[in-house]
Design a protein around this ligand. Structure first.
Ligand SMILES: NC(=O)C1=CN([C@@H]2O[C@H](COP(=O)(O)OP(=O)(O)OC[C@H]3O[C@@H](n4cnc5c(N)ncnc54)[C@H](OP(=O)(O)O)[C@@H]3O)[C@@H](O)[C@H]2O)C=CC1
Ligand SMILES: O=C(O)C1=N[C@H](C(=O)O)C[C@H](O)C1
Length: 246
């Protein structure tokens, strides 16, 4: 039996790509595409809904799906601890339903986060640069925020001292945004899609971990893993790495 998949945000850059990927997969069936102003209802009888919308809309969409026992795979950014707790609460009331929320479905981006967290405890300094297309509405990217959190947790656990920085004066924003103590710099440039660099440094050496998504098809293998696996993972999962045994 094929998995029936609904796409919320179907008219957008990611949603339209997901519709194409679902239609091309033999084991999946597109139950419907939904965008602004559409009544979600039972999502066309979908088993799984995929949400690529906007940070202001995604929580309501997830609650709508989970409340009806529809598994949901979410790529939209803007999640914080309070919003995740709300989702957990509704999942508790709907046991057996699964939600996967992942800041990045590109396998290389998932590995970049993993490698950065691993490397972070060996270096004095670490900073993150994310670079995206200028139509992106949030900054810094969800991936960069998650990378910074993972890096910070790894350094805390290893007892690494704060990174050295003698800056005593400067223009606002010149040192980026601080996420969990890690400076994150956001570039918006026509021609780019989605890119991230994690810069690590100690005396006499640096290590740069870089990932580039040149095309949104790069996210599709990860999205389809999510769609196929979410039914086997009841409750809330944050990050695709948990479906990849990483
Ligand atoms: N996890 C990952 O791997 C990735 C995550 N993303 C994230 O996914 C999100 C979407 O990105 P992208 O596709 O580029 O953005 P787009 O703006 O191209 O697409 C978003 C779509 O959602 C629609 N929309 C807005 N509100 C609602 C709503 N309430 N119900 C249904 N549809 C709605 C928008 O309509 P309208 O334009 O009319 O407002 C638009 O068609 C962003 O948060 C982005 O950061 C992006 C790439 C990869
Ligand atoms: O808006 C985008 O394009 C992307 N958003 C996600 C993010 O904010 O991390 C994932 C990827 O970087 C593309």
């Amino acid at each position: 039996m094929s998995i029936r998949v609904a796409v919320i945000g179907a008219a957008g850059r990611m949603g339209s790509e997901v519709c194409r990927a679902v239609e091309a997969a033999e084991d999946l069936e597109l139950a419907g595409g939904f965008d602004v102003g559409d009544e979600l209802g039972d999502l066309g009888g979908a088993h799984v809904a995929v949400d690529f919308t906007v940070p202001d809309a995604t929580l309501d969409n997830v609650l709508h799906c989970v409340g009806r026992g529809i598994d949901v795979v979410v790529g939209t950014t803007g999640w914080d601890d309070d919003r995740l707790a709300t989702v957990r609460g509704v999942l508790d009331a709907n046991p057996g339903t699964g939600a996967l929320i992942a800041p990045n479905f590109a396998l290389g981006a998932v590995l970049t986060m993993k490698f950065a967290a691993e490397a972070a405890r060996f270096y004095e300094s670490v900073e993150i640069v994310e670079l995206h297309h200028p139509d992106k509405v949030d900054a810094p990217s969800g991936t960069a925020v998650r990378t910074a959190e993972l890096v910070a947790a790894s350094r805390r656990e290893a007892g690494v001292a704060p990174a050295p920085d003698a800056t005593a004066s400067g223009l606002a924003g010149a040192r980026g945004a601080e996420v969990d103590g890690v400076p994150v710099h956001a570039v918006r440039l026509r021609g780019l899609v989605a890119h991230e660099e994690v810069l690590l440094g100690s005396v006499g050496e640096t290590l740069t971990i870089r990932h580039d998504s040149f095309d949104r098809v790069s996210f599709m293998p990860g999205v389809l893993i999510g769609v196929r696996e979410v039914g086997r993972h009841p409750g809330l999962t944050v990050g695709l790495e948990h479906y990849l045994d990483l």
